[in-house]
Design a protein around this ligand. Sequence first.
Ligand SMILES: [Zn+2]
Ligand SMILES: [Zn+2]
Length: 804
Amino acid sequence: MLPVRYDPSVSEPKWQAYWKKPEVYKAAFAFDPSGKPYVIDTPPPFTSGEPHMGTVYFTIIVDTLARYKRARGYSVLLPQGWDTHGLPTELRVQYDLKVDKSNVSRFRKACRDFTRTTIESIKSGMIAVGYRPDWEAYEYTTDDPDYIKAVQLSLILMYKAGLVYRKKFPVYWCPHCGTVVSQAEVGYVEREGVLAYVRFRGADGSPGLVVATTRPELLYACVGVFVSPKDDRYSSMVGKEVKVPLGGWTVKVMADDAVDMSFGTGAVMVATFGDEQDIRWQLKYSLPIRQVVDQDGRMKDAGELTGLKLTEARKKALDILKEVGLLERLVPIRHNVLSHTERQSCMNPVEFIPLDQLMIKMSFMKDIVMRGAEGMAWHPALMLERVRAWHDSLEWDWVISRQRVFGTPLPFWVCADCGELIPAKEADLPVDPSVQSPPVPACPACGSKNLIGVKDVADGWVDSSITPLWITGFFKNKELFEKLYPVDVRQQGYEIIRTWFWYSAFRGIALTGRPPFKSVLVNGMILAPDGKPMSKSRGNVINPLDAVRQYGADPLRYGLLSLTVGADFPFRWEAVKRGRALLQKIWSAYRLVSSLPVVPVEEPPSVGSPLDHWILQRLAETEVSYTKAMDDFRFNEALDAFVQFFWHDLCDDYLESAKPRASQGDPDVMKTLGFVFRSSLSLFAPFLPHLAEEIYQDLGWGKEPSVHAVPWPQQPAYSTVMAKRGGSLLTLISRVRSAKVAHGFSLGQRVSWAELSFDEDVDPAELSHLISDVLRIDQVKVRKGPFSVEFGPGEQRSKPRAYG
Ligand SMILES: [Zn+2]
Ligand SMILES: [Zn+2]
């Protein structure tokens, strides 16, 4: 007999520990390559912080999916990786732990130690919500030597396919963080600024024209002036030379369609490199390069501005222009400034700096990647539009080198004389060219012995974008790879579609010729209760582990899974409380059943009563809508279908009317209850895994070591005709119940007699029996006719009896 109250705080840690036992792991959670595989590519979280709602949310989604698929007969591969490398980790180790970066090997070790601590903390948070991936065989970290080897091999394969090259290229550079950032890491931030109207006099002494710019310090990098070919104001100027203020040299006035006639004066200057348009024009018109910003964000080769920080240089440039009479006016504006937006703690403007970088050719493949994405099943379908928008805006190749320390070493050497790129030998991987000697004595292109190891490390997305290849065995086990690739589902948040999704799709296609995913499940964000993103500075962060401590992991799972996957939702304590109430409802129902001589049956019963047929039909219908919803990742709809069935159909209707028969030991009811409750266990086990295990183990309802190793229940058989009659019986009971209340009786109050007429197709004897048992009416007379009911006198209300 189960205790009256279910206590998650006692039950949940117990089962989390139980699921670690080797025999339970083997029976329920281990991936068995010989089975029918179902592969989930889960996000490896950054290991720079604490477990938070986002991590817990994806964890709950994939855990529920995996438990469901296992029950459906799949051998589920649910791996869990950790994305350890990255700037955030370096910054925390450098600034929070105050480890000196100049000793590289010590610094790397400090980073590794730091990530091991954070992994343990995030992992314990994941386990506390019931997450059970295949820790034993499929946990990985991106700084494992094996994983580094795989990343390096993937780069060498791409190099051999002609996709990796080295080039001086204007890259997004964050002077604040001191590193290259990718296109995916930058965004526009609205800032206050001034628009300076600066006169460029004609080289021939004519008045020339006025250019409006927010970056007057970049006059030192000016290599041309553009106007629109449609702009009559400047048609006579096109082709003429004008003098660059500050710099003093002359540049040509050119016409190009990309000029926005309505901005400023309609004449713009090109500086190398002020913005993306400048890069386009520099390439299109082969303009010279004048690099005036260095990697610390200071001016260089810029006359009087040399050595100044950009903001100081901007002020000084305006002062000089004013002095020499070339500043026509200054207009304050709010404008969008390209900034390092991927890091909330930075958000500083980024600059373009031409640097020697390792690049991967990606832009030429963007249509192929897009077609690959279109061939995947997207959940929700609209998320594909985000991929398309990214595809349409993508212009550059992928800069994969990062001027950092804690990262995967790029497996290349460079010839100092001719610039040839020399890859490591595959047999030598993993390598660290910053300290190891080159694989060849001399440059294969020019014979020079002056070979220098690349000191930069790989962009973190280079590591994490091979996860679908890593988990399917691409680097180690080709036979397994053929069986597992492409993976069944990639689960991730929408905010990393431009990065993790795009890079993984690209690399999967580039390395194997095939897209890496059959379907993509994209979740939204759990916002704070105030509807804003959770952030420490706003003080609105909900720690998911507080919800676990207060209500339990299963109620939190219920609260998060009752949302539609894909949209953003504010966190609602109400939903968690509803989950807690559902747990108790399920518990009480099993408690009642456990007090009866019910045995769980796996074979669907063939039963006689219309009510039994009705509940079996409802179970069968629920299973159909439940499995369809689960197979489409509509978890909330599956959960709704289960709750509607269990709470209303089973507990409110069937169980109420079955109690009298059950107390008489009617074998049909016992079999039906046994089968229905046994099946229900399978329906809620993926969502409420701890509760399901507790009930399964307490009732001793199976031979498997865990409820999560129990196969999916068989569909019950029933007679539709009988089920319809059962439904009619329940409808009549419910109408008489309402009438009893309307006549001023309480539900538990005994009534001496009732006369009932009805025109439904049910057995009158059965109906009168049921009504007298379930509604406490001593004698029931029934006859055919339009529905009506009359009651005799009821017992004195001063003597209420306990019921039910
Ligand atoms: Zn930055
Ligand atoms: Zn060479």
